[in-house]
Design a protein around this ligand. Sequence first.
Ligand code: IFM
Length: 474
Amino acid sequence: MTITTMEARGTVVFPENFVWGAATASYQIEGAAKEGGRGPSIWDTFSATPGKVRDGDTGEVACDHYHRYRDDVALMRELGLGAYRFSVAWPRIQPTGSGPANSAGLGFYDRLVDELLEAGITPYVTLYHWDLPQTLEDLGGWTVRDTSHRFADYAAIMHDRLGDRVSHWTTLNEPWVAAFLGYGNGVHAPGRTSAHDALRAAHHLLLGHGLAARTLRAKGAEEIMLVVNSAPVLTPAQVNDPDVAPSAADAEAVQRIHALLTRQFLDPALAGRYPEEVLSAAGRNGGTAHIRDGDLEIVNAPIDLVGVNYYNPCVVDAAPGLPADAAWPGSEGVRFAPADAPVTAMGWPIVPSGLSRLLVRLSRDYPRVGLMVTENGAAFDDVVEHGRVHDDGRLAYLEGHLRAAHAAITAGADLRGYLVWSLLDNFEWAEGYRRRFGLVHVDYATQARTLKDSALWYRSVISDNGFTWGPNKP
Ligand code: IFM
């Protein structure tokens, strides 16, 4: 069942123990880029490079969460969040990416975790949400194997410090983005533009995941998750009618892009093998010598959950003769097509049914792990008026996607929780501060926080473990 086939109004109630929360990432909110012994990350370097980030924005101050984390945890408590997913800035812990831990950096996360636990909020710790120490990039970044080993060392440091209070560990956030926007089309840090580098980076991120997952498990981590940006891959006609059968050429394009986006990471991590489509893309872009014997066994470390970051479907069709997109080595002959759907301020199509399709498929393809929606949300051009933010667009987006998540559970997906992206408006990477994804509005001039209408609605969803929608909702 997808939400396109559901009634026009009704009530959804989520399973008992369903996890409700929100997510952020270190570079996007912390600020204090030069405090507490933090070393530079690739995002400091990249955002300081003219022309890379809209309006010349950087994460130097961001939401000043480093200093305001107590107030931010108080907001989370006010919203009734059960879980808070945040990432650790590796360069706060190891300013040059290796060697002894920086105690001031560890101290910050220590205090944050204690504050969360005190507020009754479960911490979900992500170890890598893209802020690679610059020194490691200077040594080759994710294109070299050594970075994978450095990542596992850093994971060990973090578990040694927080493992007595943190049970939920995520190794990587969205390795596809880190590899293919960071090293492929250069839209993200470190801004390299080489298909070969991007494919090497993807493999070494996976290797780092496997090494870190094994390290965390050996140290007693209870739950280990890999978070991917995933999406159902659809033809343009399928966006509004999932039952339209694609032509053979379109079906091949769909299958190939699904392999490059999702299976490239989940097949190695959960089944210890690469899809043919990925090996063939690597073969045509510098070769596969970086994939060494034994790597895939390491990558296939036992994990418990896959985190799914879903925003919109990926829409493609066959376009014979088209060269590969720079972010998609192996996508020769495929067009990334527009979707016939309303869009957010990012220009991303709003297709809630895509979430149910995706969750059902992932649960079917990877039945041994549970799923969690670790990011879902939307940017809109919010304004504060008389102390309120009437973000109806975001509220409708969240409501539609929560209905879709519920439909997926009904259809058999093993979905354990849902985290909104994002708790706060924040630094939206190459888009800077213009794009607001928060449940909470941030005035960057004063750092004032204002709960948006969507936040107030989400609070009631959490407290009721569900909601009623439709014209006569109470
Ligand atoms: O802001 C990002 C986040 O860091 C990773 N997932 C997508 C979000 C919106 O672009």
